[in-house]
Write a protein that binds this ligand. Structure first.
Ligand code: GTP
Ligand code: NA
Ligand code: MG
Length: 280
């Protein structure tokens, strides 16, 4: 893309951290929603994708990830589509195995990190232990004279949420994120499933260009034509621009999380590319 075609795009922020440290609750609090309440056993099974508009009008795209150890590969994909990682560490539990794993993913992907020290409302909260634990993994937070922003928060009381959003906005500004909304869409599959009523459904994060109804695309070994686009609020939309997460209907089969989606010109092209990949 020519520099002149590039326009600012919202940052994509992935929430990572150990199981039950409060990732989904924090996102719920930011979105003022109740996702955790709908989860089986309170355990996140998939990557949720949401857009939030802050009080001062900036748009942020969030990806929630599961903390359970079985979801390692899913978390590593999160690190590849994200601009910023928010590492959630419970102040009453400190650094745990999936915290370390998330740090490693963020470092490997060279993605800046912000530390949210959550559950600060708990009587047993010990934010100093979190900060010193992090030092052992070469994460030096601002409170320890380092350059990683750290914010004490509570998903329950709402303490520190504004500061967390400010920290994200500051980091995003430094990154100067841009994309060209006026080209064929390119995106990444966040999750995909075969829905009994709707057929194959993929949650796609558009990374460049704009995905539109009727677009012909190839995604991994699958292809299709966009029959419907649904945003994070369940509303049908006509198009999705850079950094917008959406559900895509109209696939011939179910792609895999991490697959790349590309809009192409013709059905024949889409089918040919998909079949070529399937036979590799
Ligand atoms: P997984 O997706 O399963 O890894 O968990 P998670 O990190 O998304 O944590 P979740 O939001 O499911 O919260 C786990 C538990 O901690 C729930 O019972 C929440 O109510 C509680 N919790 C989360 N944040 C806070 C907080 O700031 N303070 C207190 N007191 N409890 C919290
Ligand atoms: Na949980
Ligand atoms: Mg969760």
């Amino acid at each position: 893309d020519d520099a002149a075609d590039l326009k600012s795009r919202p940052p994509v922020i992935t929430i990572m951290g150990h199981v039950d440290h409060g990732k989904t609750s924090l996102l719920d609090a930011i979105r003022d929603a109740k996702v955790t309440a709908g989860e089986a056993g309170g355990i996140t099974q998939h990557i949720g994708a949401y857009q939030v508009t802050t009080d001062n009008g900036s748009v942020l795209s969030f990806l929630d990830t599961p903390g359970h150890a079985a979801f390692t590969s899913m978390r590593s994909r999160g690190a590849q589509v994200t601009d910023i990682v928010v590492l959630v560490v419970a102040a009453d539990d400190a650094v745990m195995p999936q915290t370390v794993e998330a740090i490693n993913h963020a470092k490997a992907a060279n993605v800046p990190m912000i530390v949210a020290i959550n559950k600060i409302d708990r009587p047993a909260a010990n934010p100093t232990k979190v900060r010193t634990d992090l030092l052992q993994h070469e994460v030096v937070v601002e409170q320890m004279s380092g350059d990683v922003q750290d914010v004490e928060v509570s998903a329950i009381t709402g303490q520190g949420l504004d500061q967390l959003l400010e920290a994200i906005a500051l980091q995003a500004e430094i990154l100067e994120l841009k994309a060209n909304p006026d080209r064929n869409a390119e995106g990444a599959v966040i999750e995909a499933k075969l829905d009994v009523g709707r057929g194959p459904v993929a949650t796609v994060l558009v990374q460049n260009g704009t995905l539109k109804l009727g677009d012909i695309f190839v995604v991994g070994e699958q292809y299709g034509k966009v029959r419907a686009l649904i945003n994070d609020k369940g509303e049908r939309i006509k198009e999705a621009g850079p950094s917008v997460p959406c559900e895509v209907l109209g696939l011939n089969g179910t792609p895999e999380a991490g697959d790349v989606l590309n809009v192409v010109e013709t059905d024949a092209q889409a089918r040919e590319i998909a079949e070529y990949r399937a036979n590799l």
